[in-house]
Design a protein around this ligand. Structure first.
Ligand code: HEC
Length: 218
């Protein structure tokens, strides 16, 4: 669409110039080819972002949740506070840094960062960009309307992003992210001592907690 608009603009400009007919045709063909090339590669990168994000998310989320659940079962909520972070992956076969390094090599990309974000943050370092906030809000509306929550892949500035929804899918999450009785009192005292500005509470089962964010530079 925008590609056609660009060519039309070029044609309009050329109409007003004294360039020969032959030169005009060459210029138009050049612009058409160049814009197709650029649009094509952008689309390819979005497709590749989808592939990489899906793979990274699969390597990242399930082992982390598994380690967290095992830790809560073994040691209780208070002593598991660190396990809802990258720290949990240090206790599995692959740390987050190793996953990132492997993906970087496999896909020959300049950088990849796997992280999380939310509209109600516990760790302020996980802050969402404006675009990410918009997507999180759209998912909340979709969730209210009982629509399917779909991951999204997009470009923002120099980076490509993959975002997948994180839903409170277990009562275990509520021990540290719930409200009232559901939240573990001792664990929350510890959480507050580390994250003084914590907003990540009062969630219910099936609420959208946030998103996994895969940030890629090609
Ligand atoms: C034992 C306590 C505990 C449990 C149980 C727990 N979390 Fe967390 N959660 C935390 C802590 C602490 C952080 C901050 C981690 C960090 O510094 O990145 C956090 C951060 C997060 C974040 C990152 C966004 C933010 O607010 O900084 C998401 C998303 C999240 N938790 C989802 C979940 C989900 C989903 C579950 C259930 C599968 C869960 N958590 C269970 C303690 C917990």
């Amino acid at each position: 669409m925008s590609q056609n608009v660009n060519i039309i603009i070029v044609m309009r400009i050329l109409e007003k110039t004294n360039v020969s007919k032959k030169a005009k045709i060459i210029i138009i063909i050049f612009f058409a080819m160049a814009s197709t090339l650029f649009c094509g590669s952008d689309e390819e990168k979005i497709n590749l972002t989808e592939e990489i994000s899906k793979k990274a998310t699969k390597m990242y989320a399930p082992p982390m949740v598994k380690t967290l659940f095992a830790k809560v079962k073994e040691a209780g909520y208070k002593d598991s506070v660190q396990f809802c972070s990258e720290y949990a992956l240090e206790h599995t076969a692959q740390s987050i840094a190793q996953i990132e390094e492997n993906m970087k090599k496999e896909y020959k990309i300049s950088s990849i960062k796997i992280g999380r974000t939310s509209l109600k943050l516990r760790n302020p370092q996980n802050m969402a960009t404006e675009k990410q906030k918009e997507i999180l809000k759209e998912w909340e509306i979709a969730q209210k309307n009982k629509q399917e929550l779909k991951p999204v892949y997009f470009k923002e500035g120099d980076f490509y992003f993959g975002m997948a929804p994180i839903v409170i899918n277990s009562p275990v999450c509520l021990g540290c992210h719930g409200g009232g009785e559901a939240r573990d009192k001792e664990a929350y005292e510890k959480i507050k001592s580390i994250y003084s500005d914590d907003k990540a509470v009062d969630y219910n089962l099936n609420d959208i907690r946030g998103a996994i964010v895969v940030k890629i530079a090609y």
